[in-house]
Design a protein around this ligand. Structure first.
Ligand SMILES: [Ca+2]
Length: 238
């Protein structure tokens, strides 16, 4: 509907790349509610797009472990990126609160970046590039805030065991003002971090899940992801 009509309108009237145009569209304000159900039972169409270099793959499959379908982000040797971008049908906006929840399990202590709150646009169009990053690196799960100028600060980390499921819930209050934005994180149901800072880059931000990083180009990384949900309260995504 409304979003599709607006996209058609933008295609006719402005030479703006579609990904940027989608980032700029406003969605209606919402009370506590689930905004997006990204469970793997919906297939890879729950994402806006897949950014997975060949011969990598993103698939939904049933491992017969009671979870039903789960996403398998398979980043083989020799490639840097296997990610899914955006939540189909959901457009994030500034000065809003979102809670993103998902289960993750990696086959390795080094899957590099498993989540990016990725800035829209490229190069000089953004200041932060990725205001929030979560990595699995050297046997630790790490939460970073990235300020304007791409200044990284480690906000929280914990030892992480491969081949075990964890649930992450990330609360993000979007703001292009460092004094108004905030992030909080829950790990297996426990609140582990909360900090303030700029969370909304010049052209807005979008989600990316998977495995990405030059440091894992020569490693085989699989990130299993299940139970993806986005809402406006912690309970929506827990
Ligand atoms: Ca599932």
């Amino acid at each position: 509907m409304r979003i599709r009509r607006t996209v058609r309108l933008l295609r006719r009237t402005a030479p703006v790349p579609l990904a940027v145009a989608l980032c700029l569209l406003a969605a209606p304000a919402a009370q506590a509610e689930v905004l997006w159900d990204g469970d793997a039972s919906g297939g890879t169409g729950v994402f806006d797009s897949l950014l997975c270099e060949a011969p990598g793959s993103v698939t939904a499959q049933d491992n017969h472990d009671g979870r039903g379908e789960v996403f398998k982000f398979n980043k083989p040797l020799g490639v840097k990126r296997c990610e899914a971008h955006g939540a189909a049908g959901l457009t994030f906006r500034n000065n809003s609160t979102y809670y993103l929840g998902w289960d993750t399990r990696t086959n390795t202590d080094d899957a590099a970046t498993i989540f990016q709150w990725k800035s829209c646009g490229t190069g000089d169009q953004h200041q932060q590039n990725y205001p929030v990053i979560i990595k699995v690196e050297g046997g630790r799960l790490k939460l970073f805030h990235i300020e304007a100028g791409e200044k990284w600060t480690l906000k929280w980390s914990t030892p992480v065991r491969k081949d075990t499921w964890k649930r992450i819930v990330l609360g993000i209050h979007t703001s292009s003002s460092a004094g108004s934005g905030w992030v909080e994180m829950y790990y297996n149901g426990t609140k582990v971090a909360r900090f303030s800072g700029r969370t909304w880059d010049d052209l807005g931000n979008d989600t990316r899940w998977g495995s990405y990083g030059a440091e894992v180009e020569n490693k085989r990384a699989i990130n299993w992801i299940d139970g993806l949900r986005i809402g406006t309260s912690h309970a929506d995504a827990a």
